[in-house]
Design a protein around this ligand. Structure first.
Ligand code: IMP
Ligand code: MG
Length: 417
């Protein structure tokens, strides 16, 4: 049984919590895109885990995979493995030989490009873009090469002069080959034991009726093609891309769970049709602790955008929705939700393909009565009727059923519908 959990907005939808909630019934959890630009938070009792690269399934000692489409910062990965081991976790980890390695020059280039650019993307400066650019240009270093010293040395030696030139053009010095090797060779030694062919492993696992959970990072609107290009990430967070990354037939994907917050946030630049400013935004930001897990940046806040969610549901083919952070809206007198855009006198029901047009769209809102979410609920029946009406409207507008509602950071603060 193959299930994908993907972000339906701009990332930070609470996928980590949903994956953790579902992981008790899974055998394998797989990260298929992005790298340590992601920040996934899992809260169990009084313990909070924050992952950037490890799959959230590690908390429940599941088999964890990093598939071919992932960009790996070996230093961050080693520190997360060590942190998990210290807390007594016993997970199995498999890293695909084809996964790309984030090199020190990728990180420096990401920072340099951002600081020199007039049109800042607001990246996490983790080297993600330059790493995927090298993959496309065929100058990247893959995990299988990284863990073989001779090949790694050769690859690095060949690519470094070009990276040095590029960095110099930004007035930045590139670390020497020796410095890079001194840092990366010991990391390669530690990680070699995890090398695997994740595609083959997953195929076998699925044949044996194992339950495999694909854990997306980022979200639909940050997709390199379908997001608000160029204000996007460099990987593909959508469900169909997950299959390409893990090397499994697209015919095998059964469930596609789209995760969306009951409102909307964005970190970094780019259009945000339902963005709020002022006191209301501050209220939601503080209540929802909307600060980046990776960079600590204050997230931009807005009302739920159903045009975006509708498009995300269509392109991903969500079989169900998980709505998170419903409790954050508690205490507001009125709650608004955008169900269409106004653009040049026309009403749009889907996100336009051109980002410059999206930037000019105005939201059309439906207003709902506010609600108070109880701290503990046994079933969906305990939800206030105004909240039920809000959720029903989301389902109808997106033609997708809501199957999970999260109303607090704790694993137990989750309703199955
Ligand atoms: P990059 O992925 O670091 O290249 O950043 C590109 C854009 O994606 C920026 O707007 C980032 O803030 C955003 N982004 C990347 N990863 C995440 C994430 O995990 N959550 C939210 N936004 C993200
Ligand atoms: Mg996050």
């Amino acid at each position: 049984m193959l299930t994908a959990v993907v972000g339906a907005q701009f990332g930070d939808e609470g996928k980590g919590k949903i994956v953790d909630f579902l992981a008790s019934k899974a055998d394998v959890v797989v990260r298929f895109n992005g790298g340590n630009n992601a920040g996934h938070t899992v809260v169990v009792g009084d313990k909070t885990y924050k992952f950037h690269i490890m799959p959230s399934g590690a908390v429940q000692n599941k088999v964890c995979c990093l598939a071919s489409g992932v960009a790996i910062n070996p230093e961050v990965l080693v520190s997360e493995i060590e942190m998990l081991k210290k807390t007594g976790k016993r997970f199995k980890l498999l890293i695909d030989s084809r996964a790309q390695i984030i090199m020190p020059y990728h990180i420096l280039l990401d920072g340099a490009k951002e600081s020199k650019s007039k049109n800042k993307i607001g990246t996490t400066k983790r080297g993600i873009g330059p790493c995927y650019a090298d993959r496309a240009a065929r100058t990247g270093i893959r995990f299988g090469e990284f863990v073989r010293e001779k090949i790694f040395r050769e690859k690095l030696h060949a690519v470094l002069p070009f990276k040095r030139k590029e960095l110099n053009s930004y007035g930045i010095r590139c670390p020497s080959e020796r410095t890079i090797l001194a840092k990366y060779l010991p990391l390669a030694k530690k990680l070699k034991q995890y090398e695997a062919d994740v595609s083959l492993f997953l195929q076998k696992a699925l044949k044996q009726q194992k339950r495999v959970l694909l854990e997306g990072a980022q979200g639909f609107c940050l997709d390199n093609d379908f997001g608000t290009y160029p204000y996007v990430t460099s990987s593909r967070p959508i469900a169909s891309a997950a299959l390409a990354s893990i090397g499994i037939s697209a015919r095998l994907l059964e469930r596609i769970i789209g995760v969306a917050k009951a409102y909307c946030t964005r970190v970094g630049s780019g259009p945000f049709v339902t963005e709020l400013k002022g006191k209301l935004a501050d209220f939601i930001r503080e209540k929802g602790k909307e600060y980046g897990t990776t960079t600590g940046r204050a997230r931009r806040i807005g009302w739920l955008d159903l045009v975006m969610l509708r498009t995300a549901a269509r392109v991903n083919g969500f079989t169900e929705l998980a709505i998170t952070k419903l409790d954050v809206l508690s205490g507001l007198k009125k709650v608004k939700v955008c169900y269409a855009y106004r653009f040049k006198g026309k009403t749009l029901k889907e996100v336009p393909a051109n980002t410059f047009e999206l930037a000019k769209c105005k939201p059309i809102y439906r207003e709902f009565e506010g609600f108070e979410i109880p701290e503990r609920m046994r079933s969906v029946e305990d939800l206030p009727k105004e909240a039920k009406a809000y959720l029903r409207f989301i389902e109808k507008q997106c033609s997708t059923q809501i199957r999970l509602v999260s109303y607090g950071p704790e694993r137990t603060q989750t309703l199955r519908i």
